[in-house]
Design a protein around this ligand. Sequence first.
Ligand SMILES: [Zn+2]
Length: 222
Amino acid sequence: MNEVITNNYDQEHMAIDLVASDKSDTNIIAMEDGTVKTVINNVKGTNHKSKGTATYGNYVEIKHTDGKTSLYAHMKYGSIQVHEGQKINKGDIIGTIGETGNAYGKHLHLEVRNANNVKENPLNSLNNPPKQVEITPNNKTTQTKQSTSTIKKVTNTTNTYLKASNYHYGSIVDALKSIGENSSYSYRKKLAENNGITGYHGSYSQNIKLLNLLKSGKLKKV
Ligand SMILES: [Zn+2]
């Protein structure tokens, strides 16, 4: 699927969330060869008060030959095409993206555990890591807004970086000027949003963050 990441792996969300970039009912495929360990397929809708594995809604867990397991959560009711004990090849369709369990909007919540059953970043196991999109707080207010923004942001993900390694002073405005870039407030606000600095209002610490990214050549161009 042509997927994008809407929620990254971190200590509070030890998984990645993926959506199809066109928001379609996309099939989910197995990450690697393995054997189906768990299938839960009786969840008909969302439950935002659910706890534990019930938060996953309908899900499939696959034990891989290298000892890792992958878990695909929130799948659509009636879409799961595999059963426990079934041998699976990489790329086999296991079901369809859905919104069951504790999910807001259709997405795949993908978790990977290593051979010691410790969660790890699924991106380490994917050959072609999907593009990442930044969801800014404004976009979280409504699902529609979020989806529109997701699509828009994807087309913006060109991953061209700005660099001002020869600039040695403390002003983001001057640093941008030194490389012939727009240094206006509105452009810096866009740069901030595009680089994960939310709620940009030109504060000292936000400007320093922008400047440090720019000096190290890691400031994503808008
Ligand atoms: Zn998730």
